[in-house]
Design a protein around this ligand. Structure first.
Ligand code: AMP
Ligand code: GLY
Length: 421
């Protein structure tokens, strides 16, 4: 069969990498892909605001299954467009994707269905929002309602910081209409975990646990990023805690959405803070995590296409999903200046040296080939180096040894991924 993956990051590279190994897949396409993906799949540039060109491509190439990586096309309804035409696609509908695309929707939904989350209020008026911040005091968290490419959340330690964030969102409109409403919420202190599941709207199959390191610098300092490194499993999540996450968060979410008339199919990702051994939802994502996927899929034994087809045909209860015992760890190599402004087009060297290494996988994110056929940087997060090992310590050692070979000007990465767990 033929499969199409939509997206261009490390998450998509790891999805493509896994799909290529499927016993039933003949060919994988990616729109638009990156340099690493183009080594194992056919990358195609397709521009289309209403997804009609995507659909034409799928029909023309006789593609059997489409998998959507990022939230943006899901929030704009790519799944609805494909399903209307009877095409198999993995991801939630536009209505279901609101769990990520509107923080107001997600918070109000959690309140209604008693899913544990930080206390909050929603504002459409700048003045009322500012009054509320003064009333509540700091630390406090200010969030733009809509999608903001991971930049719309401000964890503020002072009143001045909170007002600054509010101004950026509501007055300067740096995120456009995503800032028409804000959520102001209580700041939670604890340990963050990523919890992802596959679901067909009826059956829920948990993935292995993981942890992302969101801050740019070692010891969780510096600004928030899309994620600087991950590992799996996450030992913080004991079997008891996992049961509690399933019972108080994941199951009530899928059930509650159904009560709202929304069948959630695809991947559900809960970003969770563990406070005094109790889980609270920080956010929901309607897709695989990046870079969580780069540590989760290398541990998956089952053919990913079997899982995707079971989701599409709502028979997830009929298949067994198996995982490897090995631990995995991924370190992100980022451009100088990320998550702010950064240069592009800088040559990346050493990739050939790492290619044959046992238990090492390099997933490309912001890379492309230049006119001379050389791999150059093309984004903030450039590469993710994943290693497998008998435990996190071994995986960590292998990942950092492999990184020694890879170089590009201004390359920055955290040295403490998986260190203090
Ligand atoms: P979000 O995109 O909502 O996950 O927010 C991005 C990051 O901000 C999270 O991964 C947390 O590190 C942090 N964050 C979000 N909400 C809160 C909160 N209520 N308390 C503390 N930190 C938070
Ligand atoms: N790693 C965080 C995210 O995918 O949103």
């Amino acid at each position: 069969m033929k499969v199409l993956v939509v997206g261009s990051g490390g998450r998509e590279h790891s999805i493509v990498w896994k799909l290529v190994q499927s016993r039933v897949v003949d060919k994988v396409y990616c729109i638009p892909g990156n340099a690493g993906i183009s080594e194992i799949a056919e990358c195609v540039e397709v521009e289309s605001k209403d997804f009609s060109a995507f659909l034409d491509f799928v029909k023309y190439e006789w593609i059997d299954l489409t998998v959507v990586g990022p939230e943006e096309p899901l929030a704009r309804g790519i799944v609805d467009v494909f399903e209307k035409e009877g095409r198999k696609i993995i991801g939630p509908s536009k209505a279901a994707a609101q769990i990520e695309s509107s923080k107001v929707f997600a918070k109000d939904f959690m309140k209604k269905y008693k899913i544990p989350t930080a206390e909050y209020k929603v504002f459409t008026s700048y003045t009322h929002a500012e009054d509320y911040i003064r009333l509540k005091g700091t630390p406090i968290v200010v969030k733009a309602d809509g999608l903001a490419a991971g930049k719309g959340v401000f964890v503020c330690q002072s009143y001045e910081q909170a007002v600054e964030a509010l101004k950026l969102i509501m007055k300067e409109k740096v995120f456009g209409p995503a800032g028409d409403r804000v959520v102001i919420e209580e700041c939670l202190h604890g340990k963050e975990v990523s919890y992802l599941v596959f679901t067909d709207g009826k059956t829920i199959v948990p993935m292995v646990t993981s942890k992302d390191h969101k801050r740019l610098l070692d010891n969780d300092e510096g600004p928030n990023t899309g994620g600087m490194g991950t590992f799996s499993p996450n030992p913080i999540i004991t079997p008891e805690l996992e049961k509690e996450i399933m019972d108080t968060i994941i199951k009530p979410t899928i059930r509650g959405l159904k009560q709202e008339g929304i069948v959630y199919k695809g991947i559900l990702y809960a970003g969770i803070m563990i406070v005094n051994n109790k889980p609270y939802v920080l956010e929901f994502n309607c897709r695989f995590g990046d870079p969580e996927t780069q540590v989760i899929l290398p541990r998956l034994e089952t053919d990913l296409v079997d899982i995707f087809m079971a989701i599409a045909e709502q028979r997830l209860n009929k298949i067994e999903v198996k995982w490897k015992k090995d631990a995995s760890l991924c370190v992100i190599l980022a451009s100088e200046g990320y998550p702010g402004k950064y240069k592009k087009g800088l040559p990346v060297t050493g990739l050939e040296m790492v290619k044959g290494l046992k238990d090492i996988l390099v997933f490309h994110a912001g890379t492309k080939f230049n006119d001379e056929g050389q791999i150059v940087t093309n984004g903030g997060r450039v590469l993710g180096v994943t290693a497998l090992g008998k435990d996190i310590k071994e995986a960590r050692k292998r990942a950092y040894s492999a990184i020694e070979f890879i170089k590009f000007e201004g390359m920055q990465y955290r040295k403490d991924i998986g260190l203090n767990i």
